[in-house]
Design a binder for this molecule. Structure first.
Ligand code: SF4
Ligand code: F3S
Length: 106
């Protein structure tokens, strides 16, 4: 499966959901999560993310390994999202800021 990593937090551009053929994205207040059971590893979402926040689970950066389990957990708690919506007004300001996990809203 693919997973969403740290840089999505507070960026949440949602371009990724437009290309997912199986509706694997789930929406929280300031982050999206992929349900690894639904994801069919098509890889279409990865290049769509302006924040480069999507990784194949075998290629997740070492410091974001915990996002693998976090995606599975959050995807089960949140509603599905299938349509692109406007990013937060300050998304570009947060794009590239490292280690935003403490800012994740559930
Ligand atoms: Fe959806 Fe494909 Fe991305 Fe998995 S890899 S979340 S199936 S677009
Ligand atoms: Fe997040 Fe990138 Fe999608 S910022 S909402 S994973 S396009």
């Amino acid at each position: 499966a693919f997973i969403v990593g740290d840089n999505c937090i507070k960026c949440k551009y949602t371009d990724c959901v437009a290309v997912c053929p199986v509706d694997a994205f789930f929406e929280g207040p300031n982050f999206l999560a992929i349900d690894p059971v639904i994801c069919i590893d098509c890889s279409l979402c990865e290049p769509e993310c302006p924040a480069n926040a999507i990784f194949q689970e075998d290629a997740v950066p070492e410091d974001q390994i915990e996002f693998i389990e976090l995606n599975a957990e959050l995807a089960h708690n949140w509603p599905v999202i299938t349509e692109v919506k406007p990013a937060p007004a300050d998304a570009d300001k947060w794009n590239g800021v490292p280690n935003k996990l403490a800012l994740l809203q559930r």
